[in-house]
Design a protein around this ligand. Structure first.
Ligand SMILES: Cc1ncc(COP(=O)(O)O)c(C=O)c1O
Length: 382
C-alpha cells in the first residue's frame, strides 16, 4: 500500500486493536480490515495521521485494480515485447457483449481522455464553436480550444446542474459539438434522463453531441439513464465515452471506450494517436469479466459517501449529493487555503474550481479514510 491509512497502521497503530485481535480481512478482497470491526475496536479514540497523504483529489479508485486484474498484469509483463493489435478484437468483442452493442460502434482509446480529445479534434477540424457546461471536465474543451475552436461555456443552473435550456440557447449555427458530462465533474449532479434524451436527439440532428459517462457505474438515481440506447438504435452524431479508470481502478494503465455510429467510430479510429499497452489491455479484459470487484467498489463507495455526506448533513454543511465517487462541499473558506490545511494532516483534497472558490471537490477514499477526513474536518472547521 503506497498511500492512505495503511492496513498495517490500523492493525498495529493502536495496541488496543492488536490486543483485541479483532481486525480481519473482508472475505473476497485482499485489501481492507473490516470497517465495522475496526470501528468498534477503535471506539471513540482518535484515528492516527497516516504516514503518507491520502488521495481525495483526483476521483481515483482507492482500492486499486481487482485481484483478477493484478494477476493479469503480472502475467502480461512477460508479454511486454508484443504490440496489442491482436487483442483489439477481443477487447471490442468483450465490451460489445457487455454493452449489447455491435463492435463496429466501439473505439478503444488510451483512456476515455483520448476519446474526449478525438471529439475535440473532430469539432475543431472546421472553423466553429463548441458548447460546454461550466464548470465541467476540461479534457475535451481544452483540446478543442487549443485546436482553434471557440469554446462557449454555459454556467450550471441554481441547483448546480447542467442547464440544458441554456445550453440549447447557446448553440450557434457554427457549433460543431455539444459536450454533456453526466454525471458532471467537478459537481456530481446528473441531468434528468428524459430531458437529456430529447436534448441529445434534437441537437444531434445538426451537430455532434458528446456524452461523457465516466462515472456511469456509480450512479444510483432513478432520474439517470445512460444515452447508450441512442447509439444502439443507430442514431448518428452521438458519442458516448466510458472508462476503465474509475470503477475498475485502472487509471494509470489508460483504457477507455467510445461508442458511436459505425461511420463516426471509423472516423475516430482513423484519427487516434494513442496506442494501448499490453498490461492495460490484459488488465481491462480481466477486470471487465470480474463483477465481484466492481460490486465491492460500489458498496464501499456508498459507505464512504454516507460517512462523509452524513456528517455534512448532520452539521448543516451545504454540499451536492453525489452521483459518483466524489462530492462537492461548500467549506466557506478559500480552497487553496483549505488544501494546505488538510495537507498538514496528510489529506490531499481537490484543487479550486472557479468560480466556486469556497467549494471543495472531495474524492471518496476508503471508508476508514473518510472517517479520518471527518475527524480532521471537525478539527479544522467544525
Ligand atoms: C468526467 C470525466 N471524463 C473523463 C475522465 C478521463 O478519464 P480517463 O482518461 O482516465 O479515462 C475523467 C477523469 O477524471 C473524468 O472525470
Amino acid at each position: 500500500m503506497t498511500s492512505g491509512i495503511s492496513r498495517r497502521q490500523f492493525l498495529f497503530g493502536s495496541s488496543a486493536i492488536v490486543a483485541a485481535g479483532a481486525v480481519q480481512s473482508i472475505p473476497g478482497t485482499p485489501f481492507s480490515p473490516s470497517v465495522n470491526l475496526m470501528k468498534s475496536a477503535l471506539g471513540q479514540s482518535e484515528l492516527p495521521m497516516p504516514a503518507a497523504p491520502i488521495r481525495m483529489s483526483s476521483n481515483e479508485n482507492p482500492w486499486g485494480p481487482s485481484r483478477a486484474a493484478l494477476q493479469a498484469i503480472n502475467a502480461a509483463i512477460h508479454e511486454a515485447n508484443l504490440y496489442t493489435f491482436f487483442l483489439q478484437d477481443e477487447m471490442a468483442g468483450l465490451i460489445s457483449e457487455l454493452e449489447g452493442i455491435g463492435s463496429e460502434h466501439i473505439s478503444v482509446g488510451a483512456g476515455s481522455g483520448e476519446i474526449l480529445k478525438m471529439g475535440g479534434l473532430l469539432a475543431s477540424m472546421q472553423e466553429g464553436s463548441i458548447v460546454v457546461p461550466d464548470p465541467t471536465f476540461e479534457d475535451l474543451p481544452r483540446y478543442a480550444g487549443n485546436n482553434g475552436c471557440e469554446v462557449i461555456r454555459v454556467p450550471v443552473n441554481g441547483q448546480m446542474a447542467i442547464d440544458l435550456e441554456a445550453m440549447a440557447s447557446a448553440i450557434r449555427s457554427d457549433t460543431k459539438l455539444v459536450y454533456i458530462c453526466n454525471p458532471n465533474n467537478p459537481i456530481p449532479t446528473i441531468v434528468e434522463k428524459n430531458a437529456l434524451r430529447d436534448f441529445v436527439l434534437e441537437v444531434s440532428r445538426d451537430r455532434m453531441v458528446f456524452v461523457d459517462e465516466a462515472y456511469h457505474e456509480f450512479v444510483d438515481n432513478p432520474d439517470y439513464s445512460s444515452m447508450m440506447d441512442l447509439v444502439r438504435e443507430g442514431h448518428r452524431n452521438i458519442i458516448i465515452a466510458r472508462t476503465a479508470s474509475k470503477i475498475h481502478g485502472l487509471a494509470g494503465l489508460r483504457v477507455g471506450f467510445g461508442f458511436s455510429h459505425p461511420d463516426l467510430a471509423a472516423e475516430i479510429n482513423r484519427r487516434m494517436t494513442g496506442t494501448l499497452n499490453i498490461v492495460g489491455m490484459r488488465a481491462a479484459l480481466a477486470s471487465y469479466r470480474d463483477k465481484e470487484h466492481a460490486a465491492f467498489v460500489l458498496r464501499t463507495n456508498k459507505e464512504a459517501l454516507e460517512i462523509t455526506q452524513g456528517y455534512f448533513r448532520e452539521a448543516g454543511i451545504r454540499h451536492i449529493d453525489s452521483n459518483a465517487n466524489f462530492t462537492f462541499v461548500e467549506t466557506g473558506h478559500d480552497i487553496a487555503e483549505v488544501q494546505a490545511r488538510f495537507l498538514e494532516y496528510n489529506i490531499r483534497v481537490g484543487r479550486p474550481f472557479p468560480p466556486f472558490r469556497n467549494w471543495m471537490r472531495l474524492s471518496m477514499a476508503k471508508p476508514d479514510e473518510m472517517r479520518y477526513f471527518v475527524q480532521t474536518y471537525k478539527k479544522l472547521y467544525g
